[in-house]
Design a protein around this ligand. Structure first.
Ligand code: ADP
Ligand code: MG
Length: 214
């Protein structure tokens, strides 16, 4: 398997090469085609198996090749359970959007709220965030999600374990429309709450579970 099998945009292929990635991991091999085709997806594989690129590449592919639903609203929202994990995802996203016109921002709990209000007012294309702080901004009307095209829930099991169900439901509702795609990643799918939750947030999702994945 090779990254060139996914039909990704030329500039994205160049970034992949530039970052030194030659072969997709198993979760990437299975998840990327499903995500690029526009399906909702529930995917699990162990920590360290490469889940981040499995959603970052389809996310960039989508915004690079499809028209925006809104001029102002963010196009992609990626939620991660902790500041540390959100920072890691953001770092990867920046590597792949460095030579594009897309604006990416990181919105974390514990940081200056007013600075984030300013950041959100600049109409970023991608937001990576922890759910609590993002829901606070949403409550206060600092940005809107009606035009959101892709919602990614990274480490969904941990987000639920950390008690973010209510915030996630609020974010889901704010971005609920026919064209939204949702990708849910989790270390495990034997988590009853994740399955109940997925039933509310995802539409006819495909399921991919890598048991001993690399
Ligand atoms: P997970 O989210 O499943 O825990 P990560 O996305 O954080 O895993 O990836 C773990 C490590 O593997 C990172 O250092 C990442 O750069 C690296 N990695 C991801 N995809 C590939 C690949 N296709 N080839 C080589 N290394 C990869
Ligand atoms: Mg991860």
């Amino acid at each position: 398997m090779n990254f060139s099998n996914f039909g990704l945009d030329k500039r994205l292929m160049e970034s992949i090469e530039h970052q030194g990635f030659t072969e997709p991991t198993e979760i990437q091999t299975k998840a990327i085609p499903v995500a690029v085709a526009g399906h909702d997806l529930i995917a699990s594989s162990k920590t360290g198996s490469g889940k981040t690129l499995a959603f970052i590449l389809p996310a960039i592919q989508r915004v690079s090749t499809q028209r925006a639903l809104s001029k102002k609203d963010p196009r992609v929202l990626i939620l991660a359970p902790t500041r540390e994990l959100a920072k890691q995802v953001y770092g990867q996203l920046r590597l792949f959007t460095a030579n594009t016109q897309f604006k990416t921002v990181l919105i974390l709990g514990g940081e200056n709220f007013n600075d984030q209000v300013k950041t959100l007012s600049k109409d970023p294309h991608f937001i990576v965030a922890t759910p609590g702080r993002l829901a606070d901004h949403l409550d206060q009307g600092h940005f809107y999600l009606q035009g959101l095209e892709l919602l990614v829930l990274d480490e969904a099991d941990r987000m639920l374990d950390l008690g973010f169900a209510e915030q996630l439901a609020k974010i889901n509702k704010a971005a609920d429309h026919r064209k939204r795609q949702t990708l849910l990643f989790s270390a495990t799918l034997d988590h009853a709450q994740v399955n109940d939750f997925a039933a509310d947030l995802l539409k006819s999702p495909k399921r991919i579970a890598i048991e001993h994945g690399h």
